[in-house]
Design a protein around this ligand. Structure first.
Ligand SMILES: [Fe+2]
Ligand SMILES: [Zn+2]
Length: 351
């Protein structure tokens, strides 16, 4: 479903306080006010090398800025999107509408199998590589020509002087595909027609058959930008991560257990990510990307959300979500029209 201007969108209140990543000290923090922050993180930050009052003040400033950025995110994103649609000249305008010719034959075969009357998980495994016991699956998604043209398009956009948003709190470089105008005719049909059948066979227990929204972005790694991606989990039920190129060495993805398994009990498996291939995984499976050692890497990430799952439990705060109506894309939570009007949100009553 496209995020039309008239449709109410929601984030969980935790978006404005939780999961703020401080890269320098490799820690996720929560911020409600200075006193809480100092009490909760002064020691932890000190033990990670943040050991002077000046350094602590710097961190505090950074955290406050991030909270401010999140508050303004929806509005600024709408603004950027409208500027882009007015002033950006695509290099490859044909890429903005999904065509079956962009998709790898293996991908189409797997999707057709999932749509057939004899679809089953066992049968589908003949069409994909799977990491034993991890529920991580890999298959070609796009043909090489598409990957090349798409990266060229993104580079063309990067060169433009138009304002750009950050993909998420952990990736500093990349492109938000919604702002570039790729949601309605590209990512949405990709999710609805192709990814939905795959996810409903692979992850029925994670809302795979009711993935009703997404956030899609491209992240960029190079020696002078982000090199790697620390261990984390996604704000999604199911994630697709496609390697688009260009040339790079190392930088494998690694996966561990689901987020509820304590850190000292986790084991990690590296997964090689080849150009054109996509990796499907549950959003809440801990993962990261090892550093690249040369070249430049672009990855398309689609965080797919199932409102039926997240309306019960917000994956980012692990509680029943406290919904806050916002603008822009929101985070995939829903309420009924009646509740929007009443402005009282009892999520349990919705389900
Ligand atoms: Fe991720
Ligand atoms: Zn939450």
């Amino acid at each position: 479903m496209a995020h039309g201007a008239s449709r109410a969108v929601f984030s969980c209140a935790c978006f404005y306080t939780n999961n703020i990543f401080i890269e320098q000290y490799q820690i996720h923090v929560r911020f409600t006010d200075e006193q809480q922050f100092t009490q909760e993180y002064h020691q932890a930050l000190q033990s990670r090398g943040c050991c002077t009052p000046e350094k602590f003040a710097q961190v505090l400033e950074m955290v406050k800025k991030e909270v401010e950025r999140r508050m303004k995110l929806g509005e600024e994103s709408i603004q950027r999107k409208s500027e882009i649609s007015l002033h950006y000249k695509p290099l490859h305008p044909e890429l903005y509408v999904l065509q079956e010719s962009f998709l790898a034959a293996e991908f189409l075969e797997a999707v057709h199998f999932c749509q057939s009357p004899h679809a089953s998980l066992d049968g589908l495994l003949n069409f994909l590589d799977s990491i034993p016991g991890k529920r991580i699956y890999r298959l070609p998604v796009f043909v090489p020509q598409f990957c090349k043209d798409f990266v060229e398009e993104l580079e063309n956009f990067e060169r433009s002087s138009l304002a750009k948003g950050r993909p998420n709190t952990m990736n500093n470089y990349g492109v938000l595909l919604n702002e570039l105008g790729l949601d309605d005719a590209f990512i949405t049909p990709l999710r609805e027609k192709y990814l939905w059948p795959l996810a409903s066979v692979l992850y029925p227990d994670w809302g795979g058959s009711c993935l009703d929204s997404h956030k899609a972005f491209v992240v960029q790694y190079s020696l002078d930008k982000d090199l790697d991606l620390s261990c984390h989990y996604d704000n999604s039920e199911v994630t697709l991560n496609v390697s688009l190129g260009k040339e790079f060495t190392d930088g494998n993805l690694y996966f561990s257990e689901m987020r509820e398994i304590p850190a000292n009990e986790r084991r990690y498996t590296e997964v090689e990510h080849l150009i054109g291939q996509g990796i499907l995984h549950r959003g809440q499976q801990i993962h990261g990307a090892l550093p690249i050692t040369s070249g430049e890497r672009w990855n398309l990430i689609i965080w797919m959300r199932a409102s039926l799952v997240r309306n019960k439990l917000c994956p980012m705060c692990d509680k029943e979500p406290r919904l806050i109506q916002t603008v822009g894309q929101g985070d995939g939570f829903t309420v009924t029209d009646k509740e929007v009007r009443a402005e009282t949100v009892d999520v349990c009553a919705v389900l």
